[in-house]
Design a protein around this ligand. Structure first.
Ligand code: SF4
Length: 65
C-alpha cells in the first residue's frame, strides 16, 4: 500500500490527521497535509489510511494497494 497526497488539492481541513496522527500531519507553514508514513504496515494502519482517504473533503489523498 502506498499513500499519495496532492497538496495542490489539500484545503488543510485536518481530517486525515485526526483520523490517524501516525500517518498524517499538517504543515506549520500552510496547514497542508504532510504524509508521515507513505507505506503503512499492518492491517490497522492500512484501515486507517483507507478511512482517511474516504474522509478527505477535497479528495487530496489516494491509495495504491
Ligand atoms: S483531510 Fe484532505 S484536505 Fe484535510 S488536511 Fe488531510 S489531505 Fe488535506
Amino acid at each position: 500500500m502506498r499513500i499519495t497526497a496532492d497538496t495542490d488539492k489539500c484545503i488543510g481541513a485536518g481530517q486525515c490527521l485526526f483520523t490517524e496522527p501516525d500517518l498524517f500531519d499538517q504543515s506549520e507553514a500552510d496547514g497542508r497535509v504532510v504524509v508521515l508514513n507513505a507505506e503503512p504496515v499492518g492491517e490497522l494502519l492500512a484501515q486507517k489510511a483507507r478511512e482517511a482517504v474516504y474522509l478527505c473533503p477535497s479528495r487530496a489523498l489516494s491509495l495504491a494497494e
